[in-house]
Design a protein. Structure first.
Length: 151
């Protein structure tokens, strides 16, 4: 996963009008870190940040956490896209019919260098559930020691 310092932001991120500091201190302090450009010292307003998240939610690029309207998953790749990446790796490495632990998928030696190595476990679970629904995988085991078999 990219760190904040190594991620190449698009050029629009450095365009000052994209970020507008609010004069209302309550709103200013409530703004999200995600919508803050420290280099420009600019932030989106809370209302604008919510509008962006709603747009992203409708586009499938954000998802509110259950029972929350203020906490979101923000995807640079959707769970469906991660499912396709994992499925491609399974095909490319002839892993069909093999049982892998969820740990092996995200932390194992065999996945080093893949895009999903180090993937958040909750996001991995979402991607695998998509493959299960498509009949491409089966998840089994206990919560702390789950495995997955790919078809």
């Amino acid at each position: 996963m990219a760190t904040a310092s190594s991620f190449p932001f698009p050029r629009e991120y450095s365009f000052p009008p994209f970020f507008t500091r609010q004069t209302n201190l309550t709103t200013h302090h409530a703004q999200l870190e995600l919508f803050h450009n420290k280099t420009l010292n600019k932030r989106l307003s809370l209302a604008d940040a919510r509008e962006v998240l709603e747009f992203m939610r409708k586009d499938g690029r954000a998802e509110a956490l259950p029972a929350s309207t203020d906490v979101f998953w923000v995807y640079w790749r959707t769970p469906d896209e991660w499912a396709a990446v994992i499925e491609g790796w399974i095909d490319d490495t002839a892993q069909k019919g093999v049982v892998l632990t969820l740990y092996e998928l995200t932390e194992g030696e065999g996945t080093r260098g893949t895009e999903f190595h180090g993937l958040d476990p909750d996001l991995l679970a979402k991607a695998l559930q998509i493959l299960v629904k498509r009949g491409k995988a089966q998840i089994f085991g206990q919560e702390d020691s789950q495995g997955v078999k790919f078809f």
